[in-house]
Ligand binder design. Structure first.
Ligand SMILES: [Cu+2]
Length: 140
């Protein structure tokens, strides 16, 4: 009987830790984030956000949001594919790699991309039914 109480307490504490971790990862509250870039794509508005509103050379973590232009509400857009490239004169483009991980809030993703060089990166977001948004992102 006593063992069950201890186990229940551990379970509650673990849950609290998980909830705290999720809250801190940007999955919920994004009011402290600044806009990096925004594009209209059909009936959607696609926005990139980060704490500073800027991107730096090297690995970056930022937030990708999809909202309906009509009501500005976050909306699920199905499959999301990212491509991060820097055109290089006389060479094949450099790839920054990019992944989108669902944040738990529909329409909001955590993105990681490695901008290995300072300069402009062509960042393409493909989503939904063949729709896409293309950004020219400056890594500083
Ligand atoms: Cu380059």
């Amino acid at each position: 009987m006593r063992m069950k109480v201890v186990l229940a307490a551990v379970a509650v504490m673990s849950l609290a830790l998980v909830l705290t971790a999720c809250g801190g990862s940007g999955g919920g509250d994004t009011s402290n984030l600044k806009q990096i870039e925004q594009q209209r794509a059909g009936e959607y508005v696609v926005t990139l956000l980060s704490k500073t509103g800027q991107l730096k050379q090297g690995p970056n973590k930022f937030v990708l949001e999809f909202r309906k232009a009509s009501d500005n509400q976050l909306t699920d857009v199905g499959n999301v594919q990212l491509n991060s490239l820097m055109p290089m004169p006389g060479m094949s483009p450099m790839s920054g790699g990019a992944s989108a991980t669902p944040s738990g809030t529909p329409g909001r993703y955590q993105v990681e991309s490695d901008f290995q060089m300072v300069g402009t990166w062509n960042f393409t977001v493909k989503f939904g039914n063949g729709q896409q948004a293309r950004f020219a992102l400056k890594a500083q």
